[in-house]
Design a protein around this ligand. Structure first.
Ligand code: ADP
Length: 616
């Protein structure tokens, strides 16, 4: 039987799994039990809506059986089972594009965490894994087998009943990695209490050291309480209970940043349990990511990801909604028009917003970390739908303040505005450090005004969409007359008039590279900068030109020359003595302005020749 290869990216995840830190390894049991429970959920749901499935509610079970002699641990379920195609599809690949995996320089744990752990975690403790499975309604079983990265095989096999049996052959013990302990009764019981107590189906444990008189022993008790966590009273639950549940249910390695648990009684009754993760899944900012909450009808899972319950800007939310008012047979189409669901979605949005505001207010560091992962999504939310959601989101976004050198909200920015400042200033740059160095920034900062640094592509579009916050307009530091007082504007006008002919000559020399040339005395020690006039800024031009259909747009660039700089004096005298040389100066200044802006130089060869002509 030929060995099949894991998809490359799966191989890498497997590698990470196999070599992960020992203390994390115990979660494999939680993951496999969670899969078993999901498989039973699928069959149970079918039994409620399909008469051909004849299983009673009490027939379902999960069983854990250690065998010390063989050094194996077996996890069995009588759920839906898998045929050979499903085994290949589900256990041969981790479904995603692999690019991010190879780039990631994060620690192992974080990397795996982005992918969810799932079935592959079995390899954290096993040198060999077999999966014997028979789908419900079929006579044919299949055996999947793998010893890790080398690959896996699938072949036809025999199994008496439907369902799945996962058998782990544990790794050999090493000095401080004692895999054998996962065969001990106390360890298995402890892990199930810790991670899998809420599982709705009974988990039985076949003791590794059975007593002689087993036949006479009373029926075993399940190891788990089987009460869904969200049905327990909030007062009886600890933060650990919630985070343990979250990690098990949603295959995350890290604790959620916040949890919302509430019930509503009334025209629409339901319980919701919501979590915000601490890190973004690897595919979060791609089309592959599916938002949604689990939907339960009176405790029965009817949908794994119901997108209607979450707005796009809160799509990071994981969790579930359980309502006695939903029917089991509800279809996707019906859900889209369901009034009850809309009511729930509204209140869910409010609760998430409230919880994020609470974090921002009381646990700033946690919020900032959350924002690092999901802030971009909030900003997209502000921008999309023509800014319709501004009221929900405008107080949740943060931008880096150059004055305070940390992220601030708009509200915080405004609170610190000195008297006389009319607008909220921002600058677009790769990093706050680069932003601070721009001449345009410096001149605003010299007035004692703070400047927000925009580093993401969407940022400036978002601010343009918002237009104002608390009646203060957003202004780019690169705008035509950013930060100028009336007198300064007047002085600039005079200077411009004085040098009218020189500026016209420079404009002529630069051709259509710029839409205007002007002078100012506000540039401090810098000889030149580029600003823009009109709606489209140079930063927006950069972003739009990266898009497949956005090419060809050009901001109206204005070359602003420092009238107090020695270079300008030199140009004035060249205007009288050597106009050919002045042309070279004009081009050099323009190129310098491009370089300062971080824009590509139009013609590097001409630039080099111009410099050489001045050097010899
Ligand atoms: P996830 O559970 O997050 O989808 P896994 O890697 O744990 O990812 O599992 C992949 C898929 O394999 C599951 O979605 C499910 O379809 C299938 N699967 C895993 N374990 C079982 C099982 N015990 N019974 C039936 N199907 C299973």
């Amino acid at each position: 039987m030929a060995k099949r290869q894991f998809k490359t990216e799966s191989k890498r995840v497997l590698d990470l799994m196999i070599n992960s830190v020992y203390t994390h390894k115990e979660i494999f049991l939680r993951e496999l039990i969670s899969n078993a429970s999901d498989a039973i959920d699928k069959l149970y749901f079918r039994s409620l809506t399909d008469d051909s499935v004849s299983l009673g509610k009490d027939d379902y079970r999960i069983e854990i059986a250690p065998d010390k002699d063989a050094r194996t641990l077996t996890i069995s379920d009588n759920g839906c089972g898998m045929d050979d195609a499903a085994l290949n599809e589900n256990l041969g690949v981790i479904a995603h594009s692999g690019t991010l995996l190879f780039k990631s320089d994060a620690s192992d744990l974080e990397t795996i965490g982005q992918f969810g752990v799932g079935f592959y975690s079995a390899f954290m403790v096993s040198k060999k894994v077999t999966v014997l499975s028979r789908p419900y309604g079929s006579e044919q079983a299949f055996l999947w087998e793998s010893e890790g990265v080398e690959g896996y095989s699938v072949k036809a096999a025999e199994k008496e009943t439907h369902g799945t049996v996962v058998t782990l052959t544990l790794k050999d013990d090493a000095e401080d990695e004692r895999y054998g302990e996962f065969l001990e009764d106390y360890r298995i019981r402890g892990l199930i209490k810790k991670y899998s107590d809420y599982i709705r189906y009974p988990i039985f444990h076949k003791s590794a050291s059975p007593r002689e008189d087993e036949a006479d022993a009373p029926a075993p008790e399940p190891l788990n309480s089987m009460i869904p966590l969200w049905r327990k009273s909030k007062a009886d639950l600890t933060a650990e209970d919630y985070s343990g549940f979250y990690k098990g249910k949603f295959h995350d390695f890290t604790d959620p940043v916040c949890t919302v648990h509430y019930s509503v009684e009334g025209a629409v009754s339901y319980t919701a349990l919501l979590f915000a993760p601490s890190q973004a899944p690897f595919n979060y900012y791609s089309r592959d990511y599916e938002k949604g909450l689990q939907l339960y009808a009176n405790g029965v899972l009817i949908m794994d990801k119901c997108p209607e319950l979450l707005p796009d800007y809160f799509s990071f939310t994981r969790g579930l909604v359980d309502s006695p008012d939903l029917t089991l047979n509800i279809s996707r189409e019906m859900l889209q028009h369901d009034r009850q669901l809309k009511t729930m979605a509204k209140s869910i949005e409010k609760r998430i917003k409230g919880e994020l505001e609470r974090l921002l207010e009381n646990e700033r560091e946690t919020y900032e970390n959350f924002y690092k992962a999901f802030g971009l999504q909030l900003k997209y939310g502000l921008y999309s739908d023509f800014g319709q959601n501004a009221d929900v989101l405008k107080d949740l976004v943060l931008f880096h303040s150059l004055a305070e050198d940390k992220p601030v909200t708009f509200k915080e920015y405004i609170e610190k505005m000195p008297e006389g400042q009319q607008h909220i200033y921002y600058v677009c740059a790769e990093t706050p450090a680069k932003a601070a160095l721009l001449p345009q920034t410096e001149r605003i900062r010299e007035k004692g005004y703070d400047v927000l640094c925009l580093t993401d592509d969407v940022d400036e579009f978002t601010l343009k969409m918002l237009r104002v916050y608390d009646e203060k307009e957003f202004r780019s530091v690169s705008g035509e007359d950013a930060g100028l007082t009336e007198e300064e504007k007047e002085a600039q006008k005079e200077k411009k008039e004085e040098n009218k002919d020189l500026l016209a000559f420079i404009r002529e020399a630069l051709g259509d590279k710029v839409s205007g040339v002007t002078v100012s005395s506000r540039l401090g020690r810098h000889p030149v900068c580029l600003t823009s006039e009109g709606e489209l800024t140079i930063e927006m031009e950069k972003v739009l030109n990266q898009m497949p259909q956005g090419g060809g747009l050009k901001a109206n660039r204005v070359l602003e020359i420092n009238a107090s700089h020695a270079v300008f004096a030199a140009m004035r005298s060249l205007f009288v003595s050597d106009r050919e040389k002045l042309k070279i100066y004009a081009n050099l200044l323009y190129t310098q302005a491009l370089l300062i802006e971080g824009l590509p130089v139009d013609d590097p060869v001409a630039f080099s020749e111009d410099i050489c002509s001045l050097m010899v």
